[in-house]
Design a protein around this ligand. Sequence first.
Ligand SMILES: *[C@@H]1O[C@H](CO)[C@@H](O)[C@H](O)[C@H]1NC(C)=O
Length: 152
Amino acid sequence: SEYEYNEQFGRCYKFHLNPLNWTDAYAVCSAEQSYLAVINTQEEANYLVALTESKPKDRVPGNFMRGAVHLGFHNRANEGWQAVRGTALDDTGYTCWGTNQPDGGDLEQCGSMFYNGLLNDISCDTRSFFICEHEVDTLSSSLDDRFGETVV
Ligand SMILES: *[C@@H]1O[C@H](CO)[C@@H](O)[C@H](O)[C@H]1NC(C)=O
């Protein structure tokens, strides 16, 4: 529910307007049989930027990190940036970091994008919006692949 289908990518996306830390966001996506979104192309980045722009973010009250959206990559093992689906971030097809990012070292071992689509390291306990994603065509057959190698 509330997932928006993008025919070009064959994927559905949901922008969550309830800010959570990365770990909780990861769990929410999993509970929805999805995963924190992984950007694979510039076109997909553009789409996620437009999706982000379309949401009433400024109407959400509370104390959380504005300007960033949790995505599906991390460096929690300190072994390099990994996508949640088990590939190195460098192999996802999209690695456009923001200026001077990543910059947080051990303090920022989770992944997000700025509202403009550029990647940003973020503390895993910082609450922010997040985007979940799932593939449509091969959903049931790919779930095992998707979560089998995930580090939680
Ligand atoms: C994320 O937030 C939950 C509370 O919702 C908390 O229990 C957990 O420790 C937090 N995780 C991190 C990594 O900060």
